[in-house]
Design a protein around this ligand. Structure first.
Ligand code: ARG
Length: 234
């Protein structure tokens, strides 16, 4: 009976340890660029937004933990490729160029691009023509669109200004240091709510957002797609 008691104790303790190990799960580093409301932005020193809620819900459904890392948008893919982070969720558009170096989850959102000018400036869509300066966040699809459709075609002869942070880009717009910005429509709309800016045009790019994962991590890709599906079903 004495030995049995000991065994029981051992069993209880090992079960307890096992439970803790399972409950802890794995913690993945999630990279984002948090000047992109309503998808990711900083509020009271914390990164919040739709993407943050989404990846947290996926993590909960799939039994892993996440930890956020805020960095410049154009360093997200390099960080994923080098293994410094495990996941990117940053309202990132799925495109061919990116899909060559990282894997994308199933799409979770669609968006177009907007053209934004200073509020009350009277500027319209023609701001994109001639000798104006047009701004975008470095490495975004807005940046790419300006280069391919405006610069390379000769429609725009002015400067292209590239920003790391949208907070700075909008301040430059309000201070008349740049004539217009090109960025994702839902984000332009959100900024237009509390900044002195007007949305003057829509560019129908039909982009789809995906969560990016290192190409060597197919198990995580599958898990994220499973989580997405569970959320969509519920
Ligand atoms: N959808 C655009 C792209 O993929 C812009 C994304 C910018 N995201 C951000 N979190 N700053 O290029």
């Amino acid at each position: 009976p004495k030995g049995g008691k000991k065994m029981k104790k051992l069993l209880v303790v090992s079960l307890f340890v096992l439970c803790i190990v399972f409950a802890l799960g794995k913690t993945y580093k999630v990279g984002t660029e948090a000047t992109f409301p309503p998808f990711e932005y900083v509020e009271n020193g914390e990164i919040v937004g739709f993407d943050v809620d989404l990846i947290k819900a996926i993590a909960e459904a799939e039994g892993f933990d996440v930890e956020f890392v805020d960095m410049s948008f154009d360093s997200l893919i390099p960080a994923l490729v080098s293994g410094n982070i495990d996941i990117v969720i940053a309202a990132m558009t799925i495109n061919e160029e990116r899909a060559e170096v990282v894997d994308f989850s199933d799409p979770y959102w669609t968006a177009n691009q907007s053209v934004v000018v200073k509020g009350g400036s009277g500027k319209g869509l023609t701001v994109l023509f001639g000798d104006n300066s047009i701004g975008a966040q470095t490495g975004t699809t807005g940046d790419l669109w300006i280069e391919e459709e405006l610069q390379n075609t000769g429609i725009l002869t002015g400067q292209v200004k590239r920003y790391e942070s949208f907070v700075l880009a909008f301040t430059d717009l309000e201070n008349e240091n740049v004539d217009a910005l090109v960025l994702d429509e839902p984000v332009a709309e959100r900024y237009a709510k509390d900044r002195n800016v007007d949305i003057v045009g829509l560019i129908l790019t039909n982009e789809e957002y995906g969560i990016a994962i290192n190409k060597d991590n197919k198990a995580l890709l599958e898990s994220i797609n499973n989580g997405l599906e569970k959320l969509e079903d519920s």
